[in-house]
Design a protein around this ligand. Structure first.
Ligand code: MD3
Ligand code: FE
Length: 206
């Protein structure tokens, strides 16, 4: 047994921020976006080892990872087209939870099939860390882990359920975090099961 640590300062959890009808509307909007900008399977820089999570993006910039590195770019790596716009409901969420931050430029869409995970990492490919990262969970519940700003420190673990929003500002903005497990069958939102996570980010200095 190890003691559960407190999450870092600047971590804010808003359970059930989106109710079921709003989650369904968001999923419909995302389906249309994913038709234009299909999920792709990122690979690790240098090694080319595939992620287990598939990804796409909305917004003027999208996060990609390939053999050459991690970066933000204005177009989809396979279609070469601009990413679809960030859904209005997500722009309204940002205004609500980060009223003083400049507008988000990227909305990364992560799709977790049952059995997939995301290792502990920091989000530091952005040119500014002043704005928070805002996350929305849809579909199956995930067990999520968050530590401090250095690798190997204590972590705390919690569940992220469909409709939950997490705001990562302050010290939490550069905290190590990851997804340990998807709890298959915990939600009926997505017809094929699994989990979608959306992260809204400011990428460039305002
Ligand atoms: C950001 N996504 O896309 S979101 C990612 O559920 C990512 O798909 C996870 O990590 C997911 O980069 C977690 C919530 C989250 C939690 C802690 C963070 C985002 C964070 C700490 C710092 C920055
Ligand atoms: Fe992350």
């Amino acid at each position: 047994m190890s003691a559960q640590n407190l999450p870092p300062e600047g971590f804010q959890m808003l359970p059930g921020y989106f109710d079921r009808p709003n989650q369904e509307a968001l999923v419909e909007t995302l389906r249309a976006a994913l038709h234009d900008a299909p999920l792709f399977l990122p690979v690790m820089p240098r090694t080319g080892k595939p992620f287990s999570v598939r990804m796409s993006n909305c917004g003027p910039l999208g996060w990609v990872s390939d053999i050459k590195g991690y970066r933000y770019q204005p177009t989809h790596p396979a279609t070469g087209k601009p990413w679809p716009p960030i859904p209005q409901a997500l722009l309204e969420l940002w205004k609500d939870v980060a009223p003083d931050a400049p507008s988000p430029e990227a909305c990364l869409i992560n799709y977790y099939e049952p059995g997939t995970k995301m290792g502990l990492h920091q989000d530091k490919d952005e040119a500014t860390f002043d704005a928070p990262v805002v996350s929305v969970s849809l579909g199956d519940t995930a067990t999520f882990r968050i530590g401090g700003t250095s690798r190997g420190g204590k972590t705390s673990s919690m569940r992220l359920a469909s409709g939950d929003v997490v705001v990562l500002g302050g010290d939490a903005r550069l905290a190590y975090h990851g997804i340990d497990r998807i709890l298959t069958g915990t939600s009926t939102l997505l017809k094929n099961g699994g989990r979608i996570n959306l992260t809204l980010r400011r990428v460039t200095k305002p």
